[in-house]
Design a protein around this ligand. Structure first.
Ligand code: BTN
Length: 237
């Protein structure tokens, strides 16, 4: 598939969005740095030059728009598997945080253009922290890099290992088979069976993560024994 590379850009997600209509499923946009990297909830994503992999995939799967958020989990699963193959000790915090030593090694931002029944395109952006040695103080307690964790892995090496794993999982999902993805999400989960804090509707509640369902949702048991299925949400450990 087509790969568009650049030295610098404001945001690979925004760039990808501008060209998405004319490009095919699987087109990749990658940059050495971003000057306005975007995080979730309007946050800024620190993207120092040559410190990480800043990549956006233009995806055009024929799926229901409501299923699109699962792509984020696929990316997390693919990265966890890739890092495990490089002997990195890695965990996944549902739905899509990839953690080393409890800190985020990667951020994933999925943006979609769709109408009620079909997806026009999805931009799946990932920022993987590799060579960075320090982070801005607002995030230094929650973010880490492979370098900081003592892993000396090249950006290209990681990318070339990641791409085929992501492709295989993505194609299996498009074909309707999520089994391998769910297996990875469970195997590397750092919350299953544990007490967690669930942040939702401006509240924080304590509960236990019981299972990841075949739809990718999280089953939690609250302290009053009530069991709920979460589609999305922020979890802390
Ligand atoms: C988050 O953790 O809040 C998500 C961060 C997503 C960052 C990636 S880097 C490549 C792509 N381009 C962007 O502007 N953001 C995503």
């Amino acid at each position: 598939s087509k790969v568009i590379t650049m030295e610098t850009v404001e945001s690979t997600n925004d760039f990808a969005k501008q060209i998405a209509r004319d490009e095919q499923d699987g087109t990749i946009v990658i940059s050495e740095e971003q000057t306005r990297g975007k995080g979730r909830r309007g946050r800024f994503f620190y993207s120092g030059s040559k410190e990480g992999i800043y990549i956006s995939f233009i995806l055009k799967p024929q799926i229901e728009p409501s299923k699109a958020s699962f792509l984020t989990s696929i990316a997390a699963a693919a990265l966890a598997k890739t890092l495990d193959e490089l002997n990195v000790e890695v965990g996944i915090k549902w739905p899509n945080d990839v953690l080393i030593d409890g800190k985020k090694i990667c951020g994933i931002l999925t943006e979609m253009s769709a109408d009620v029944e079909s997806v026009e395109y999805i931009i799946l952006g990932m920022g993987i922290n590799i060579k960075g040695e320090s982070f801005p103080k607002e995030i230094k307690d929650i973010a880490t890099s492979l370098k900081i964790q003592g892993y000396n892995i090249g950006r290209l090496e990681l990318l070339w290992r990641f791409l085929p794993i992501f492709e295989e999982l993505y194609l299996s999902f498009v074909d309707g088979d999520k089994s391998e993805i769910l297996k990875i999400l469970k195997e590397y989960s750092c919350i299953l069976g544990k007490e967690i804090y669930i942040h939702y509707q401006d509240k924080v509640e304590k509960g236990k993560a019981i299972d990841i369902t075949k739809d990718g949702t999280l089953l939690v048991e609250f302290e009053n024994k009530e069991v709920k299925e979460l589609n999305s949400g922020e979890i802390s450990i």
